[in-house]
Design a protein around this ligand. Structure first.
Ligand SMILES: NC(=O)c1ccc[n+]([C@@H]2O[C@H](COP(=O)([O-])OP(=O)(O)OC[C@H]3O[C@@H](n4cnc5c(N)ncnc54)[C@H](O)[C@@H]3O)[C@@H](O)[C@H]2O)c1
Ligand SMILES: O=C(O)[C@H](O)[C@H](O)COP(=O)(O)O
Length: 390
């Protein structure tokens, strides 16, 4: 069996080598072949049985028309807007993505951005209400962390709200309208890219919605670049509007509207989901899905491969407050590192190279926090830091 995988998929060799050797017919050589996602061609994947991609590879007829043996496509990502799902269905090719794989990573990116901006502008985080657009995996993980910190939030998700109204869900959350969420102190976008239909997200934040925003608000986008009209945002900022902007995703990636960068508080190269755990969970989920397709019991799990964090343990001996939160969050992930790399290197290395060479970043769970007698609250554990195992 020939398995082709994106070179930017951690632990792919560890997870998939055995599968491609075990599942090769007599005479056929099992092979695991890495490719560069942006430049993959139809000729390269003409003999693939399995294709494992990331979001930068468009999987469609153009890519697959020379291939007659493909049976499985996996994307180690949450978003699936790069996949022609109808085409795969017509071809009877099984497709799996990795829902939720990097949702914690995105939530920790947003939290790091909030902590950095709170310090920069002397904001008391407890005074904020965060408006979350999209209450799926990433929006929910974010809301859990905000709840741990007693920060108010509102969620807008007309699709989940509709399901709730129809009674076919156990979800008991209260949903808000887009207008309500756009009035919050912070607006954080967590929707897929959807063009057309009843609830399109393509340029959801357009000139009309941007005109509703106040100078004191923070707008964060770590979902898809097309959800914000980048030219309208640039025009707003050029007019002197005070909106604070955090952008991880950009219209037209890997090209970026360069003029917008100086108007952002934090700018990064679509890496919100790039914790080691987040990316590796994507590989693990595809491994499990392929095992299922091949009717093989999975042997490996992520915990077999994840290294220890460089600071694996911390003891806290003081009451939890914003200063402590600041120290703790930035110890694990300080988004200013990625912002600095982006500003200095984007036009030297290029967008894709910044992503490919992303430095290792861990999730809060990689650090064990021990609460000593003067630490009265377990907020760190509720935020996702690990407890000492007995
Ligand atoms: N920057 C990154 O690194 C990164 C990482 C992970 C995911 N993403 C992007 O974020 C998106 C969301 O991720 P997720 O895991 O939360 O996906 P998800 O599918 O779990 O949740 C998306 C939610 O958005 C809701 N939604 C759809 N249209 C909406 C609309 N018009 N208004 C409000 N809500 C709407 C859906 O009902 C759903 O609940 C992904 O599709 C992906 O494109 C980016
Ligand atoms: O959709 C996702 O899961 C994220 O946007 C993910 O981080 C994309 O990363 P990529 O596949 O482009 O490496």
């Amino acid at each position: 069996m020939k398995i082709y995988f994106d070179e930017n998929m951690p632990f792919a060799k560890e997870f998939f080598t055995e599968l491609c050797l075990l599942h090769s017919d007599a005479g056929e050589k099992g092979e695991l072949i890495a490719f560069s996602g942006r430049t993959l061609t139809a000729e390269q994947v003409a003999d693939a049985d399995v294709l494992l991609v990331r979001s930068i590879t468009q999987v469609n007829e153009e890519l697959l028309h020379l291939n007659t043996k493909l049976s499985f496509v996996g994307s180690a990502t949450i978003g699936t807007d790069h996949i022609d799902l109808e085409y795969l269905e017509r071809r009877n090719v099984t497709f799996h993505s990795a829902p939720g794989c990097n949702a914690i990573s995105v939530a920790e990116y947003v939290l790091s951005a909030l902590v950095v901006l709170a310090e920069r502008y002397l904001i008391n985080l407890a005074d904020l209400t965060v408006g979350i657009v999209g209450g799926g995996n990433t929006g929910t993980r974010l809301s859990e962390k905000l709840q741990a910190l007693s920060i108010n939030y509102k969620i807008c998700d007309p699709i989940l709200e509709q399901k709730q109204a129809e009674g076919n869900t156990t979800d008991e959350r209260t949903y808000s309208s887009l207008t309500e969420v756009l009035a919050c102190n912070v607006i954080s976008l967590h929707v897929p890219k959807v063009e057309g239909g009843q609830h399109p997200t393509y340029q959801l934040i357009n000139a009309k919605n941007l005109a509703l925003l106040r100078d004191d608000q923070i707008l964060i986008s770590a979902c898809r670049g097309d959800v914000i009209d980048n030219h309208a945002l640039l025009a707003l900022k050029e007019s002197g509007h005070g909106l604070k902007v955090v952008l991880d995703v950009w219209q037209g990636e890997p090209d970026v509207l360069a003029a917008l960068i100086p108007f952002t508080e934090i700018a990064t190269a679509h890496i919100a989901g790039y914790s080691l755990e987040g990316k590796a969970r994507g590989s693990e989920m595809l491994y499990q899905a392929l095992c299922q397709q091949l009717a093989v019991e999975p042997v490996y799990q992520l915990t077999n491969f994840l290294p220890s964090a460089s600071i694996p343990m911390v003891e806290i001996n003081a009451e939890f407050n914003q200063i402590l939160l600041n120290q703790l969050v930035k110890m694990v992930y300080d988004v200013r590192r990625d912002d600095a790399i982006f500003r200095q290197q984007l036009f030297i290395q290029g967008f894709d190279s910044l992503r490919k060479n992303y430095p290792i970043r861990r999730e809060f769970s990689a650090v064990e926090v021990t609460l000593l007698p003067n630490a009265f609250s377990d907020v760190p554990h509720r935020l996702g830091f690990s407890k000492k195992s007995n």
